[in-house]
Design a protein around this ligand. Structure first.
Ligand SMILES: Cc1cc2nc3c(=O)[nH]c(=O)nc-3n(C[C@H](O)[C@H](O)[C@H](O)COP(=O)(O)OP(=O)(O)OC[C@H]3O[C@@H](n4cnc5c(N)ncnc54)[C@H](O)[C@@H]3O)c2cc1C
Length: 422
């Protein structure tokens, strides 16, 4: 099969969810815009608390980042925990760090509770050092994690080679709290669980406007409307309602999946199934899926002029990491948008009376989206802001978001053009 512009996760999803478009004028306690992890976890938990919940999704469940990501269920953010505390202050930073450290527990317990078939594998993740600077970075991260009693360990080069099957790394930070999932199947399973709990999910129903009329939220689609007491706006990087809000910088990330490797090949690449990413400034990732496909990812987009460069990079990267894989074909390639905030921290902003917006996971949204959505349901239920992992702030546009997006795009293309050539 030749490589196609197709998302592997969509092609082999374990679950299905077919909602119906909104074609009526209805009332609910809570309306949620966006059916990714954030919106679906909010819907599931609010419905479980007895709220009448409607979700409006512009396309299909998992159309956004939740159906396109790498599937690494990480504990914490990209931003090291000390930096989180410096940015938010000790108490708020500490609260967010501890909540996110437990986010994989939340994800894997939801999977267990609702029996979601999404290839869950909790064998840890490896953050791999590509050079001495990367190794120093990992040593600092290790110290910060150990200070917080996190069970992470720094592996040496030979141990890293044994686990990854690649000689390219000087070491790796192993985080056993983390793991991998089939990301779209996780989203579809959440949708099934939310619907079972009583939430109604309308797909193919793009929200055109939402406003508070002093009494209720009024949310309009082309063929219907919903009035509701509370609103959660959970569109993250895929927001079609306010695409010019400058709330974050959009960064694209592209992935390539091989055909299922042979048993012999599989024995020599990630035999234990950890999900991996590296310390390069222009980061890349690699993991296996359940059927033995090797998936390589990096910053970049398949739209526009960089496409050929990214495809060539993926081949060179695979051969550089795993020269033992002499015969392979890429069969799938796809990309998605990441919502990157200035300080790389997720945000909850006020959206008028009784409305909030969750966004800005900055490339780490499986655990955080699950956590933020779950906490937002508690807020919707009783208005209590206490369970939210970050304080609600007023929206503040970020500066130069378009310039930064182009910078990331061009930087990634240049880096991929140069990388693994020598
Ligand atoms: C390629 C890639 C790799 C990533 N890798 C990882 C990873 O390995 N680990 C990790 O933790 N995170 C990763 N992330 C980040 C993670 O996928 C996201 O942070 C997370 O999925 C965000 O979930 P969400 O529910 O907030 O938003 P989304 O999943 O993006 O959902 C938003 C939804 O809102 C809908 N929408 C938008 N506008 C409207 C409208 N007007 N009306 C109705 N609906 C609307 C969209 O169609 C979309 O379905 C990655 C992201 C990408 C793109």
């Amino acid at each position: 099969m030749p490589i196609t512009n197709q998302n592997l996760w969509r092609a082999n999803a374990n679950n299905n969810f077919i909602g119906s478009p909104l074609n009526d004028d209805l009332h609910s306690d809570l309306v949620i815009v966006g059916a990714g992890y954030s919106g679906l976890c909010a819907a599931l938990h609010a419905a479980e608390q007895g709220m009448r919940v409607r979700v409006l999704e512009a396309h299909t469940v998992g159309h956004g980042g939740s159906g396109r990501n790498v599937g690494l269920v990480n504990a914490g953010l990209w931003t090291p925990p000390d930096e989180v505390e410096t940015t938010l202050g000790h108490v708020a930073g500490n609260t967010l760090n501890y909540a996110l450290a437990a986010a994989p527990d939340l994800v894997f317990s939801l999977i267990e509770k609702h029996q979601i078939e999404c290839e869950p594998l909790r064998h840890g993740t490896l953050h791999c050092a590509t050079n001495n600077a990367g190794l120093r970075q990992l040593t600092q991260r290790l110290a910060q994690q150990v200070k917080r009693q996190a069970p992470v360990t720094l592996l040496g080069a030979s141990n890293t080679q044994q686990r990854t099957g690649s000689r390219r790394f000087l070491g790796a930070l192993l985080d056993p709290r983390a793991g991998t999932v089939q990301p779209l199947s996780y989203a579809l399973g959440l949708a099934q669980a939310a619907a079972k709990a009583g939430a109604v999910i309308h797909t193919q129903s793009p929200v055109l406007t939402h406003q508070h009329n002093g009494k209720h939220w009024l949310v309009n689609t082309a063929h219907g409307s919903i009035t509701a007491d509370k609103l959660i706006h959970a569109t993250n990087a895929y927001d079609s309602l306010s695409p010019h809000s400058k709330a974050f910088t959009r960064v694209d990330y592209v992935q390539f999946a091989t055909q299922p490797l042979t048993l012999q090949q599989r024995a020599s690449v990630l035999p234990n199934g950890e999900g991996c990413w590296d310390t390069n400034q222009v980061m890349s990732s690699f993991r296996m899926d359940k059927s033995g496909r090797l998936i390589i990812g990096g910053v970049g987009s398949l739209d526009g002029r960089g496409k050929g460069t990214h495809i060539n990079w993926a081949h060179r990267k695979l051969r550089a990491l795993f020269p033992q894989i002499t015969h392979y074909k890429f069969e799938y390639m796809w990309h998605g948008h990441i919502a990157m905030t200035n300080n790389h921290l997720p945000k909850i902003t006020q959206l008028g009376t009784n409305g909030i917006r969750l966004y800005g996971y900055s490339g780490r949204g499986i655990g955080p989206g699950t956590l933020f959505g779950t906490a937002a349901a508690k807020w919707a239920f009783n208005g209590d802001e206490h369970p939210l992992p970050v304080a609600i702030t007023n929206p503040k546009p970020e500066t130069y978001t378009h310039v930064k997006a182009s910078y990331f795009d061009m930087g990634a293309t240049l880096s991929h053009w140069l990388s693994c050539r020598f």
